[in-house]
Design a protein around this ligand. Sequence first.
Ligand SMILES: [Ca+2]
Ligand SMILES: [Ca+2]
Length: 393
Amino acid sequence: MAQSSSKSKWVSLFMLLCARLATAIVIEDGPLPNGDFETPPSNGFPSGAIAEGPILIPSWRSNGTVELVEAGQKQGGMILIIPQGRHAVRLGNDAEISQGLKVEKGSIYSVSFSAARTCAQLESLNVSVPPASLTIDLQTLYNVQGWDPYAYAFEAEEEDVSLIFRNPGMEDDPTCGPIIDDIAIKKLFTPDRPKDNAVMNGNLEEGPWMFRNTSLGVLLPSNLDEEISSLPGWNVESNRAIRYIDSDHFTVPEGKRAIELISGKEGIISQMVETTANKPYTLTFSLGQAGDKCKQPLAVMAFAGDQAQNIHYTPDSNSTFQSANINFTAKAERTRIAFYSIYYNTRSDDMSSLCGPVVDDVRVWFSGSSGNGLGGLSLGLSFAFWLFVFSMV
Ligand SMILES: [Ca+2]
Ligand SMILES: [Ca+2]
C-alpha cells in the first residue's frame, strides 16, 4: 500500500513536471523574440541604404523584399520613421515576415505592433494567424508622429501557429511599403461578469498588450469580420479604429485602462448584453477626457436597445470625467449597447492628431420598479429592521 502510494506520488510529480515543461515553452505575455528588430543579424546590420540579397533577421522568417531599416535612413528626401529604438523592418511588394509561436490551443491572443507607411498613399498591412487574417489600412494616420500602435486578436486553433505580417500592395516603387516594429503578444482572459452588471469587461481593464514606453495607446481596428476582439466582450464595428488607453499616459476614469473614441461617427464600439424582455434597465458609464489636450467640445452618442442619447462632456472643475446614464426597456434576451463620438476632434497643440471622448466603467443593470438597485436594497433593509423590531416586542 505504502509502495503504491509512493509510486503514485512519483507519477503525479512526473506529470506535474511534464505539465510545467509544456507550459514553459508556450509563449509568454510581452515582446516577441526580436519583436523590436534590435537583435543584430549574424553578419551585422546592413550598412548603406539597401542591402544586396536576402537578409537574415534573427527569430524571423522572411519572404520577398524585406529590409531592415535604420534610424536616420532617408528615402526620396524623407527620413524613414522608426517607431522604437534604432531599427525596424520594411516590407516591399508582396513581401512578408513570419514567426512561429507556441500557444495554448483554444485561447485568444492579442498581438500589438507598431506600423508606419512610407511613400505610397494606399499602403496597407495584412496581419494573420491562418486561417484568421486582418488587413489594416495605413492611409489614416491617427497621430502626428507618423506611426501608430495596433492590436490584432486571434483564437489559437493549434498549439503551433504562425504569425505573419505581409504587404499586400503592388506599388510602382518596390521599395515603398509599410514599416513594422515593436511586436508583442498577450493571452486574453474572459473577465467574469459581475452579478449586478450585464456588461462584460465593462471597466475595460482586460485588453491588448501595451508598451510602457509608448504614449500613443493602442488602436483597435474593426473586428467585424473576425468576431474576435482584443477587447474581450466588445466589438469595433466600424471601418475606423478606436484607441485603447492606459493611466500611465492618459487620464482614465476608473482603474488603469479605458477607451478613447477618436474616429467620430466612424469609430463605433458595441456589446450585446443579456437582458430580459420587457424589463427596465439602466445603462451607466463614465464619460471623460483623456488629458491629451483634445480640443473640446467632446460628446458621445450612446445607444441602449431602442434608446439613443447624445451626451456632452460638461465636467465640474475638480473632475476629469462625469457619470452618464440612460434608462431603457429591454425588447429581447439580448440588447445592443454602443458608443461613438459625435465630433471629430483633434489635439489643440498639433491640430492633427486624432482624439476624442473617453468611455469607461460601463454598466447595465436591472433597474426594477423602484428606479434603482440601491432603492430596492434600502427598502429590503428597512423591512428587515421592522421585522426585527416586531420580533423583539
Ligand atoms: Ca525597433
Ligand atoms: Ca477602466
